[in-house]
Design a protein around this ligand. Structure first.
Ligand code: ADP
Ligand code: MG
Length: 137
């Protein structure tokens, strides 16, 4: 069972919000003594997702949480937007799908950097992406 220990919500509407968000994630990760390598992986994945949120959905809302499972602590990030949604998630998750459109690591790259990655989307309604990075993951 995953328990939420503390929580913050960050609204993303413009480019500058991205920097504030990244700093907030870093603070949360440092609070639970996540190592620098995992911090960097988490922030890199989070950056891709927040960029997608701005680019494709004109922004949204991100929940940052400290979570625990047994004796393990981690950070959970939930990216929620009310954009156009992703009609074919399988296709969007394919390596190389984004090539030509940007140089980012894309959704599959973000997935590889975290321990848990789930995406739910409905065309016309929006997208919710949830990631978890454990301190020792
Ligand atoms: N939040 C989102 N809302 C709507 N579409 C999205 C969202 N995130 C990703 N997508 C779609 O999924 C595709 C793949 O995303 P990604 O792997 O990040 O590659 P890229 O952003 O370089 O195209 C995007 O091209 C876009 O069509
Ligand atoms: Mg992208």
């Amino acid at each position: 069972m995953i328990i939420s220990l503390s929580k913050d919500v960050v609204a993303i509407t413009k480019e500058q919000d991205v920097i504030l968000f990244r700093n907030r994630v870093k603070e949360f990760a440092q609070k639970i003594k996540m190592g620098l390598v995992n911090q960097t992986k988490l922030i890199t994945a989070a950056s891709e997702l927040v960029r997608n949120m701005l680019r494709y959905a004109d922004g949204g809302q991100i929940t940052i949480e400290v979570v625990s499972k047994g004796r393990e602590n981690g950070i959970r990030l939930v990216f929620k937007d009310s954009g156009p949604g992703i009609s074919d998630i399988q296709l969007a998750m394919k390596d190389g799908f984004s090539i030509g459109k940007s140089l980012g690591l894309g959704l599959p790259g973000a997935k590889r950097l975290v321990n848990d990655f789930s995406i739910a989307s409905e065309a016309g309604k929006g997208t919710v992406v949830t990631i978890i990075k454990w301190v020792n993951g």
